[in-house]
Design a protein around this ligand. Structure first.
Ligand code: ATP
Ligand code: MG
Length: 560
């Protein structure tokens, strides 16, 4: 159906295409309806890519609508953060910014209409009695004793609910549908509740608030949403969605559900993310370990890598668990093409070249990106004292250890061949503090003059020129693959990874002093890093490791 390889095809896009072909709609209108009770996470990116994507592909529009009908946990901070994240991902709602709270008056009128038509009633059961009466799917529920309250009485009570005459929870407006329905959502569900809560937009104007089920379909209908795309858990709510719009005799939007995104070693529920932030398990919503869009952005992920990830996950109705390695793979694949290579030594060990002239400094030429000839090259200072990685040297090494060991020659990337001659240790601790070597002046640039083979190539920085940098290494936030699925009684926070963050002091090549906030690099042999936009503004550069170089996803694919 869809020949263009860059836009995916899936069951939802197929439905939209059929509806257009059948002339059901002139223009496609979708919406993304976040509740402003937390920051967006990568699960929301799936919904965003779909809602905005379907609209874009069909020259339609996608509304950004804050579904703010549940006052307690909502705030303007969240509204602003959500807008920023959506723009960052590359989506634009134009003039179509809406707030469900702006429809409260209209919703109230609709509720009055249902009551007048005998389709809704005021119920005086307590929440416990309500639940009891509703029953279980296999047996019909019991009708509320208030089910046949006359319309006038219902109207009067509803008006007085709004006027604030009654206690919270003392009355509920319920739809009058079918207490025997096998779908519990159709057993006279609640439409309005009394709740004295301050709303961040309507303030204290209202003391009754509509339920999600009543509000959402009305919001969609008012805005003329043609396809209301939501996650699978709303499938059982769909009959109620359709019922309300039909009884109100208003524009009938169509709800279509798709499977939520789930990812290994993390949680994607705002309720849980809020806890991680509020209980201080992480440092704020933009902590680079979180799957929030602001966290991923701060860590150095790009919008395009996230969109590519969502593309690859695909769209189905079947719940599944996506390996977090796929997300890492997507950013690696992109940065391999675009990120300049630099040298950074994460765990420095001093290397002294004994036969190198004392005060000499040379420049050696280093290629910026072997994947991209247009990226050119840069000059690196080379001198007598360098830093190399501690684990690139071993005093006692097996035969197949091709990096530096006593008597062995290695290539210093873009520099010279060096041969290890001596190890200097701390007399007290026995720790290796310096390694000495000699270099072959004929090997400048790392080329062998006589075809002599050197198996190992290691990276380095010149000690006198290197820049000190703080580096933050991140590991998975949880030690369990499914933190949502722990044995009964175990809270998801019990499997937080205590080693998810380590901070180290590194030595990096001097040119990085002028790197701009947010820019990304490949530290040769070490991974992809970005300059932390928040921490770095204070002092020297702070780098976040986005991902290490090793790609477990490719391995998984090869095995499979
Ligand atoms: P959470 O469970 O994280 O609290 P939510 O569904 O309550 O999420 P909303 O702000 O109501 O959060 O979500 C806005 C939209 O994003 C909804 O259409 C919802 O279906 C969708 N969405 C939320 N989480 C996911 C996910 N993991 N995968 C796909 N879509 C999601
Ligand atoms: Mg929700």
């Amino acid at each position: 159906m869809n020949d263009d390889k860059t836009t995916p095809s899936d069951f939802i896009r197929d439905i939209v295409a059929e509806d257009l072909k059948a002339g059901k709609h002139r223009d496609i209108v979708t919406r993304f309806p976040p509740e402003p009770n937390g920051y967006l996470h990568i699960g929301h990116a799936k919904a965003l890519c779909l809602d905005f994507g379907v609209a874009e592909e069909n020259n339609g529009v996608c509304h950004l609508r804050f579904d703010d009908t549940n006052p307690e946990k909502e705030s303007t901070e969240y509204v602003e953060a959500i807008k920023e994240d959506i723009r960052w991902l590359g989506f634009d709602w134009g003039d179509h910014l809406y707030f469900a709270a702006d429809y409260f008056e209209k919703m109230y009128e609709y509720a009055v209409k249902l009551i007048s038509d005998g389709k809704a009633y005021i119920c005086s059961l307590t929440p416990e009695e309500f639940k009891e009466c509703r029953g279980v799917p296999t047996r019909p529920g019991n009708p509320s004793p208030w089910r046949d309250r006359p319309a006038e009485e219902n109207l009067d009570l509803f008006k007085r609910m709004r006027a604030g005459e009654f206690e919270d929870g003392s009355y509920v407006l319920r739809a009058k549908i079918d207490m025997a329905s096998p779908n519990l959502h159709m057993r006279d569900p609640a439409l309005y509740r009394i709740k004295r809560a301050h709303h961040y937009r309507t303030e204290d104007k209202w003391c009754i608030y509509p339920t999600y089920d009543f509000a959402h379909c009305i919001e969609d209908s008012i805005e003329g949403i043609t396809h209301s795309l939501c996650s699978q858990e709303f499938e059982v709510h769909r009959p109620l969605y359709d019922w309300i719009l039909k009884e109100l005799e208003v524009y009938q939007s169509r709800q279509i559900e798709f499977a939520r995104l789930n990812i290994t070693y993390t949680v994607l529920s705002k309720r849980k993310l809020v806890r991680l932030v509020e209980e201080g398990h992480v440092n704020g919503w933009d902590d680079p370990r979180l799957p929030t869009l602001s966290g991923l952005r701060r860590r150095g992920f790009t919008p395009s890598a996230i969109r590519e990830f969502i593309n690859r996950v695909g769209l189905t109705k079947v719940e599944s668990l996506t390996d977090i390695a796929l997300l890492d793979h997507c950013i690696r694949e992109e940065l391999n093409k675009t990120a300049p290579r630099v040298m950074g030594v994460l765990d420095p060990l001093k290397l002294v070249i004994d036969n190198y002239p004392e005060d000499q400094v040379e420049e050696v030429e280093a290629i910026n990106n072997p994947e991209d000839a247009s990226a050119g090259s840069r000059k690196l200072p080379f001198s007598k004292e360098l830093y190399i990685e501690k684990d690139d040297f071993r005093e006692e090494a097996p035969r197949k250890f091709y990096r530096l060991k006593p008597g062995q020659e290695v290539r210093l990337r873009y520099g010279y061949f060096v041969t290890c001659t001596e190890v200097v240790k701390d007399e007290g601790t026995g720790e290796i503090i310096e390694v000495h070597c000699t270099y072959d002046p004929e090997t400048k640039g790392g080329d062998s003059p006589d075809g002599r083979k050197v198996r190992g190539t290691i990276h380095w920085v010149s000690a006198a020129h290197a820049l000190d940098a703080e580096i933050r290494l991140y590991e998975r936030l949880f030690t369990e693959e499914r933190p949502d699925d722990l044995p009964e009684g175990q809270d998801f926070t019990s499997c937080l990874n205590p080693d998810s963050l380590s901070v180290i002091s590194a030595k990096v090549e001097p040119g990085l002093a002028s790197a701009t906030l947010g820019s990304r690099f490949q530290f040769e042999r070490k991974g992809y890093f970005s300059i932390d936009p928040v921490a770095s503004s204070a002092g020297g550069p702070v780098f976040n490791r986005i991902v290490p170089l090793r790609d477990s996803w490719s391995k998984i694919q090869k095995k499979g």
